[in-house]
Write a protein that binds this ligand. Sequence first.
Ligand code: COA
Length: 407
Amino acid sequence: MKALEGVKILDFTHVQSGPTCTQLLAWLGADCIKVERPGVGDATRKQLVDVEGADSLYFTMLNHNKRSITLNTKNETGREVLERLVKECDVLVENFAPGALDRMGFSWERIQELNPRMIMASVKGFGPGPYEDCKVYENVAQCTGGAASTTGFLDGPPLVTGAQIGDSGTGLHLALGIVSALFQRETTGRGQKVLAAMQDGVLNLCRVKLRDQQRLQHGPLSEYRQFGQDIPFGEAVPRAGNDSGGGQPGWILKCKGWENDPDAYVYFITQAPAWKKICDVIGKPEWKDDPEYATPPARLDKLTHIFDTIEEWTKTKTKFEVMDICNPLDIPCGPILSMKEIAEEPSLRDTGTVVEVDHPERGKYLSVGCPIKMSDSAVEVERSPLLGEHTIRASGAIGEVTAQAAE
Ligand code: COA
């Protein structure tokens, strides 16, 4: 028994944002039927190809535990099959460009006519407003949701982050909306429309920066490094480099080997209760009682000097040695792990956070497993489906229509 067992999902998603959402739901037990264009499929199947003739990692890593049927929604038979699917499924998830579903003949009104219990969940780039008709990809969302303007260094251009907060982040938001709508349907008996806009999703994850925008009206942001460097603040929240996003100052510091290893760094947090231990560890016991350093407010205008001093110590240790020394003292810090290190980390394999999956076209590959661990709903990661692999079986399970005929 899985948490979402019995929930049937008509998965009209493609690329990354929507597939992230439906993959999560599939891991939690939903039966996820991915509907793809005959002969073409999700565009990511053939993007960033590393093994000729095989589905790309881009596709396989976002579409585990799903079934795939091919169906041409632009001909009559295809639409007929789709109508049956709408009647039999609980949730329709899509992330087409705005208006595409309407053009297929499946407006929200029509879907409600066909199945009043249907939950129709969409990712769009923007919510209602001036940009609602725009097509959007990850980095557009990062730029319009406040992430890019607040990421990077003060003297550099805006930066996008490697974390796919626009796509995967919004997929996560949508999944929560869908599960909540399923829960509400238990009471109302009705489905509903669920929208997660990528701009909104990114902004939600940048909440602390909107906090700082308002704090800025009451004076400089003293926990930002530039405060102690006497660099004036402008009208908007600046790029903060590696400053911590909260009230405990932090920075990324070089460790032993940094000259040759681009990831020989550690994130080091000078959490107030650990201050005295930090002073002892870095060989500055005199800072413990020096009024210039002893309290958090006194330290705020000296963060650059303080972190430079700590770095003199971290440079004498590997990032893992820093971790080994600091953790028992409750000094929060984290080594900068490369993707290679993460891929090879045994503890992540043990928990199923990194999994090895076998695929008929490409053989074994690594993927990221389900990041949510539930005691009563175990996740077994299954390979992604080949294009149309379940056309007959999936359609057989949901009705008498053979979707293949719709091609
Ligand atoms: N049978 C027939 N036609 C199909 C089909 C099927 N099974 N599945 C899709 N199509 C058609 C659609 O009807 C649409 O046709 P139309 O434009 O003639 O109405 C077309 O395929 C493609 O849809 P679209 O979404 O416009 O694809 P795109 O490749 O041009 O744009 C995005 C891609 C991601 C930019 C766009 O889908 C988008 O902005 N989505 C919302 C935001 C989002 O999720 N972005 C992040 C992606 S990671």
